[in-house]
Design a protein around this ligand. Structure first.
Ligand SMILES: [Zn+2]
Ligand SMILES: [Zn+2]
Length: 469
């Protein structure tokens, strides 16, 4: 390095050391152009966010929402591809060169919150996680980038993706048993089907429970998780006349819950372990319940902690089954891998968010969010970016009061942040994308990733009393 290079005359941040002033000026002009176009179409973008909010559909069943996205892509002159993992929709926007491909994602699905004011009365589906704004910000990003793609040296892969939420597990496992899908959430299924082949990095923005400030939290970690479908198989008997002839599956299940709760002290704070359950058991109060079913979700910050907590939950389930002498069936499937943000990617987005909102409105690292997302899965394969925007609502997430109240903050502003970041990645020979890939560290290949996902899966049926015989 020459003396002049080692002592730059200006005090620009490290990201710009690699970049000639002319290229910086060109990127500034491109960013101004994408933001102007997004502002021009802001009314359309917020209208999409509202329309999807009032037409919620749960994962792998997002038919109307997928049609909306396909129609908007087609209206832009793109060639949408539909039906990926059932309902996914993708379209490509080509640059003048094809050095790297950046995926811009929006999640199609809603939750089940039947008492939500915007719930579908027939299904109980409701956008209590704000994914409606993601569909709008995906389209907004596409609108902003369209006029400048011929000055970028890579491609944008626009993708509306199904089933981020891990719900309706029974229905999904039945579809899995029928061979319709392998993974119970959308992005892993899309990876398996090759939808991310040739994609180098992926970004999205999720609306979060903040009224207006911070406008954006750029980087956050999230837990990985496993789901267990558990059945206790007992023996029915008349609950009044001969209860001693029965084996009470519901009591076995409730003992197991106590044993799971007793494990909590064994989980390290740093691993952010959460174990959640829902339980149904018995058919009529006049009979000893012959069957009890439980869904268990085990979350943790690392793959190792996920496996450790899963093993402890299995022991607790066996303890309840053993005490009551009932058979135990456990079907375990991976839901999500932990999200570990890629700092070089977040640095680019942070700079753009500061430009849009001011430094006081942007949080660079927001720590652990406790919940899970299948964006974590993509992060094992490629650099990912998963910021959280304000939504105009600070009610608890996933509850009936959470909804997108400020569609500008949740859809229009994120579209600008994403389109500006795509410019940083793909302008100047896609040098920004090359740096993010080089500095984000090693990632798994698709087969290694699929092997890791499948390593969580197990299905056992056992009679704990057999162990004592
Ligand atoms: Zn959610
Ligand atoms: Zn969500």
């Amino acid at each position: 390095m020459s003396p002049t290079e080692s002592e730059p005359s200006d005090a620009e941040p490290a990201e710009n050391e690699h970049t000639a002033p002319a290229a910086r000026t060109a990127r500034t002009e491109l960013k101004a152009a994408v933001c102007a176009e997004i502002d021009r179409r802001a009314g359309e973008i917020t209208a999409v966010s509202r329309e999807v909010l009032h037409n919620p559909e749960t994962g792998f069943r997002e038919e109307r929402t997928a049609r909306l996205v396909r129609d908007r892509f087609a209206a832009m002159g793109l060639e949408p591809r539909s039906g990926m993992a059932g309902t996914g929709v993708a379209a490509r926007m080509d640059g003048r060169a094809h050095r790297r491909t950046v995926a811009v994602l929006g999640e199609l699905d809603a939750l089940l919150v039947a008492d939500h004011p915007c719930a579908d009365p027939a299904t109980g589906a409701a956008h209590a996680c704000g994914h409606n704004a993601q569909i709008a910000s995906l389209l907004g990003t596409a609108y902003g980038l369209a006029p400048v793609m011929d000055r970028l040296d890579g491609d944008a892969a626009l993708m509306a993706v199904p089933a981020e939420e891990c719900i309706e597990v029974d229905w999904r496992l039945d579809r899995r048993a029928a061979g319709d899908l392998e993974f119970i959430v959308g992005k892993p299924e899309l990876v398996r089907l090759g939808a991310f082949d040739g994609v180098d990095m992926a970004m999205m923005v999720h609306a979060g429970p903040a009224v207006a400030s911070p406008a954006m939290s750029v980087s956050m970690t999230a837990n990985g998780s496993l789901v267990k479908r558990v059945t206790f198989h007992g023996t029915a008997a008349h609950a009044g006349a001969t209860p001693w002839n029965g084996a009470n599956a519901l009591k076995a299940a409730t003992l197991s819950l106590a044993a799971i709760d007793a494990q909590r002290d064994t989980f390290r704070d740093a691993d952010a372990v959460r174990v959640s359950q829902i339980l149904t058991g018995g058919e009529a109060v006049s009979a000893v319940p012959a069957s009890a079913r439980m869904e268990v979700m085990v979350r943790a910050a690392t793959v190792e902690a996920m496996q450790d907590a899963s093993d402890k939950v299995d022991r607790a389930l066996r303890a309840g089954a053993l005490a009551l002498g009932v058979r135990l069936e456990i079907e375990t499937v991976g839901a999500y891998l932990p999200l570990r943000p890629d700092a070089p990617f977040a640095d680019l987005a942070y700079a753009n968010c500061v430009e849009l909102f001011g430094a006081g409105e942007v949080v660079r690292d927001a720590g652990s969010m406790g919940g899970s997302t299948d964006m974590g899965d993509l992060g094992f394969l490629m650099p990912v970016l998963h910021p959280w925007s304000a939504s105009g609502c600070d009610a608890p997430f996933h509850g009936p009061a959470f909804h997108t109240a400020d569609h500008e903050a949740a859809a229009v502003a994120p579209a600008k942040a994403m389109a500006m970041t795509v410019v940083d990645l793909l302008a100047d020979g896609a040098a920004g994308a090359e740096r993010v890939i080089a500095d984000s560290g090693p990632k798994l290949g698709t087969e290694e990733y699929l092997d890791l996902r499948r390593s969580f899966d197990a299905h056992t049926v056992e009679d704990p009393l057999e162990r004592l015989r």
